[in-house]
Design a protein around this ligand. Structure first.
Ligand code: G3P
Length: 496
């Protein structure tokens, strides 16, 4: 399979090389990591199992390139980014094709991921110029005292080397959402793609190569977590980590030390449906939010808390829409495609079995072929069921029937994960008061949770993460403030 529709420069035999100092390089380990096609369960690609020495080589290369890049004018950095965006859009079919095979994303969503990434880079370049060209000038107020004889010139300077670790579900988009802000702010980037999704990400890196960025500004390492995982995340040459993924992020945070962290971890996004909600609208968003990309989004609707009096009607509408979802292979552009791995499919099945055993009602028959799971709505879920709290990351959605709004808010707030949530009601005052009471990073009013638009702030609370994302916040987060203070002998010139 390797070699079909892929950039040939990336290959050493049938193994994808890693990228260091502007060159695609074979690993010296002689070892590789296999990528399995989630749809066929057959081996698909091989990526380099890099060594710790190769991590050092990448970090050294990043450090050298960053020193020069920090001196490059903003408009030139932006020019490179615009070029990258154009190349990526041009190569969208090649990259999307990898996503289809590697992470079983349907073709239309894979294309959207690449085009969205190009747009994100363009916007980052423009926003970066505005944010970074502005500094601050402060006059002094002594604490304590009377003399005002100091002036402060504060500006934003880069952090250094940013380690970017994207997840399998958006390996390209969540790589560029880290790389774009890092580069415009004058940093260099060491990219560690997820194993599943690595080849699509390496193709994006090749677009960086084609855009003519200086050598070493972006390096990409692949390999086994057990060999290079901790070694990379605790490397003294890393000055910032931007990670999206699961529980591993908590372990990374604990070991990372005194560097800025941006972590987007899980989400158990609660959807609250009130008695006065537009149920047709709510059902449309619940189905889109809960089942798109087979529920494998941190921002997917993960539990619906609906007022008992309207629950039957909402469930009926959701079921009608589930019936229309197409189930099958990503190449056929089906709505529901195989989940990422057998481990994941088994985990999802375990959650459904637990709920069923404890009395929940499945509106659709449980059906699974390999990693392909047919969509299921699990009704009458109670707090003692695992699925009320755990994140399935699959096409199964629990419904909890609630007697009061407070019960729904309580369920949302009692969860460890607090990325996003949503509320459906026609009463805007209530919507705002409920949004205030729901303790999650973002609450959507009358729409399903979503990260975009990509310049909005995006931050999870509790175990859902630390450090705010979104283009603007990421640019600011990937800088530190440098101050130059002018000290005068007195507040004004003495006239003798
Ligand atoms: O799961 C990744 C998360 O960032 C979701 O993004 O755009 O699907 O809301 P999005």
């Amino acid at each position: 399979m390797a070699g079909q529709g892929v950039f040939k420069d990336l290959l050493d035999g049938d193994v994808f090389k890693y990228y260091v100092d502007g060159a695609w390089t074979p690993t010296t380990s002689g070892k590789s990591v296999g990528i399995v096609n989630p749809s066929t369960l057959k081996p698909l690609f091989k990526i380099s199992a890099c060594t710790q020495d190769e991590v050092n080589k990448c970090v050294d290369s990043c450090k050298a390139a960053q020193k020069l890049w920090a001196k490059v004018p903003l408009w030139k950095r932006a020019e490179h980014l615009h070029k990258l965006a154009a190349i990526m859009k041009d190569q969208k079919i090649t990259i999307a094709d990898c996503l289809v095979k590697e992470v079983a994303k349907c073709m239309k969503d894979a294309m959207v991921e690449v085009v969205r990434s190009g747009d994100l880079i363009d916007y980052t370049a423009e926003e970066g110029i505005r944010i970074l060209s502005e500094g601050k000038f402060l006059t002094s107020d002594p604490f304590p005292g009377n003399e005002r004889n100091k002036y402060c010139l504060a500006s934003k300077i880069p952090l250094g080397v940013v380690l970017a670790i994207p997840p399998f579900n958006y390996p390209v988009n969540l790589a560029v959402s880290k790389i774009g802000p890092a580069l415009i702010a004058g940093n260099s980037v060491l990219l560690k793609p997820p194993t599943q999704g690595a080849v699509a990400t390496l193709h994006m890196v090749h677009c960086i190569h084609m855009a003519g960025f200086p050598k070493g500004l972006v390096n990409a390492i692949t390999g086994k977590g057990s060999e290079i995982g901790d070694y990379t995340t605790t490397h003294p040459g890393i000055n910032c980590i931007s990670f999206t993924g699961g529980d591993t992020g908590i372990a990374i945070s604990k070991k990372a030390g005194m560097i800025p962290l941006q972590m987007e971890l899980g989400g158990k996004d609660t959807c609250l449906v009130l008695e006065d909600a537009d149920l047709e609208l709510a059902a449309t968003h619940v189905v889109k939010g809960g089942y798109s990309y087979s529920g494998q989004r941190c921002t997917a609707v993960k539990v619906v808390c609906v007022m008992e009096s309207v629950a039957d009607e909402l469930v009926k509408k959701i079921n009608e829409k589930i019936k229309k979802l197409t189930v099958g292979m990503p190449e056929k552009d089906c709505d529901i495609t195989p989940v990422i791995s057998e481990t994941s499919a088994n985990f999802i099945q375990g959650l459904v079995e637990d709920a069923k055993e404890k009395g929940a009602k499945l509106h659709q028959e449980w059906k699974r072929e390999g990693n392909l799971i047919w969509p299921v709505l699990i009704d009458k879920v109670l707090p003692d069921m695992r699925i009320a709290w755990e994140e399935p990351f699959g096409p199964v959605l629990p419904i909890m029937r609630i007697k009061s709004v407070e019960e729904g808010i309580h369920h949302c707030n009692a969860n460890n994960f607090a990325l996003q949530g949503c509320v459906f009601t026609k009463n805007i005052d209530k919507a705002i008061m409920i949004s205030d009471a729901m303790e999650s990073g973002t609450i959507q009013i009358n729409a399903a949770p979503a990260r975009g638009p990509d310049h909005f702030p995006f931050q999870g609370l509790r175990d859902s993460g630390i450090g705010s994302q979104g283009i603007i916040n990421s640019i600011n987060m990937m800088c530190k403030t440098k101050s130059i203070v002018i000290n005068l002998p007195g507040p004004s010139y003495s006239m003798g």
